[in-house]
Structure formats: C-alpha cells, structure tokens
Design a binder for this molecule. Sequence first.
Ligand code: TRP
Length: 330
Amino acid sequence: MRVLSGIQPTGNLHLGNYLGAIRNWVRMQDEAPCFFFLADMHSISEHIDPAQRLTNVREMTAALVACGLDPERSVIFNQARVPAHAELQWLLNGIARMGWLNRMTQWKDKAGKNREGASVALFTYPVLQAADVLLYQPTHVPVGEDQKQHLELTRDVAIKFNTDFGVDLFTVPDPYIPKETARIMSLRDGTAKMSKSDPSDMSRINLADDDDTLSQKIRKAKTDPEPLPGEAAGLEGRPEAQNLVGIYAALAGTTPDAVCAQFAGQGFGTFKPAMAELVVAKLAPIRERYVALKDDQGALDAILIEGARKAAEVAHPTLLGAYEAMGLMR
Ligand code: TRP
C-alpha cells in the first residue's frame, strides 16, 4: 500500500479542509508510506501574485504540519521542486484526449462562459494531476467527491498509456474516499460548502482563528429554533443544525446519533456553548503549532526541500520508464 494526495496551496486552511481531508491524511500515516504535496504547479492555472504564491505554499506547509503531518514519516513537498511532474505531464499530453478534458466538470465550472480567455493550464489541469499520481505508483489516492472525475481520468490515462505502448508501467490507482470524511458546510448557510472564497469570514472556521473568534463564530452560526432531536434522522430538512451536529461529532470522534442522544430535547442555547468549548479545545493546539511555524521560512523550506529530494527519488524510475516506453530514450 502506498498513499498519495495533493492539495492546492490556497493559504488559510479551514475546518472543512481539516475534517474533510487533512485529518484522514494524518491517520493514513500510520498505515502506509505517504506522499503529500502542495499543488503549486496547478495554481498557475489562475493568476496569483508570485509573492502570494510563495506565502501560500509556506503557510499551507505550516498548516499541514500543525495538523499532524509528520515530515519524518511522510514525504511532504511542493510540485515545483520536483520537475518530474512537469515532465511526465508533457508526455501524458500525448495520451489524454481533448474530448476527455472537455467533459471535466471542474473545467466547465471554472472556465464558465469564458473558455477563450481561460488559461491552457486550466484545461490541461487534469493531465498534470494524472502525472502527479502516476509518478508514484500509489495504491490509494484519498480525495474528496469533487476530485473523483479527475481520478477517473487518471485511470483512463494510465490504461491507455499501458495499452498503447504494450507496457505495464503505471499502476491504475483507486480513488479512496474515506468513510468518515465529514462534509463541512458554511456556518451561515447549511446548504453551501465551507469555503475559503466565501466573502463572509463568519461562514468558516479558520485554523488560525483565536479562541474568541472561534467562540463568536459558533455563537453567531445560523440555526433554527427547534430543540435537538434524539437521533440524527430527526435533523432531516435542518441543514444548519445538521452541520453543527456533524462538526461536533467529527471533532469529538463520535457519531451524529451519539451527539443527538447527548443533547436530545435541548436547544442551541445549550448546544452552542458546548460546541464552542469543544472547537476551542481541539483547534487551539493546532493553531499554536501553526503560529509557531508559519513564519519560520528556514524550517518550512527545509521540510519541502528534503521532501522533494525523497519524492524525486521515487518518481525517477517511473519517469524514465515513460520516456523509454515512448521511444524518447533507451
Ligand atoms: N486537484 C486537487 C484538488 O483541487 C489537488 C490535486 C492536484 C491532487 N494533484 C493531485 C489530489 C493528485 C490528488 C492527487 O483538490
């Protein structure tokens, strides 16, 4: 078993990233060799100020380590430091079909009506993602639902490459959607995902928020006047209540049913203070580690450089195999 996954270095990690992805990564470190990277090469598909890009990568690295990714056990790196990603992508551009990419919902959503003005990188984004994965021969690629389509394309690319060149070079990877992945919604609208692009900061819990901010956000979170039901099924049709119970359960390491049983018949006036206490208790240690690390440029770069060295070593034979299979080298 080998695990690989990537995350866009957007800066400012929030609770949705943590409970939806990072916490699963942290757990997987106990089960298999893991490769986790920051998709900074993907980030060029949209314009970002270069200084901001560097800061995003460092801050995200600090956040990942603060959440429990351990650079001693896992390979943590950024794509740009491992040129094999860009190289394999170019080779896979010969394999991926325009039609496949045209069907990608992320491309359609992000380009919108302005396809002519979208960057080529936005269109070929899934090919770089395929290269990211196939270089490391992972058996498991933990991703959220929204990345399933890109993983399927990765499988298609691997199969077509192996077939076209009559080789058994690429492991065909399985998307791995961990069961306990929590889908965390906005604190202001239980039907919208918690997102770093939501204009209201009150809609999300940032890993860098201080205790008072955390408590205030929970106190002001949208709810309904009904008391909590005895079991989770009773939350049907109450998206905000369902979200808060879901967050509570995920952080407490229990189930929504157990949380409902505990608070049955009580209103949010009772539930919210308990929730604030739990959120603060769970997030304060992460924030403290994050704050201690985020401005330590030397330490962060050292983690990424060492990670890139290990990653490049593992990626190298596969890249060479691809050049050879295609008759570019022998
Ligand atoms: N596209 C992924 C996302 O936005 C990030 C990513 C890039 C990735 N390359 C990957 C995830 C390879 C898994 C494997 O979340």
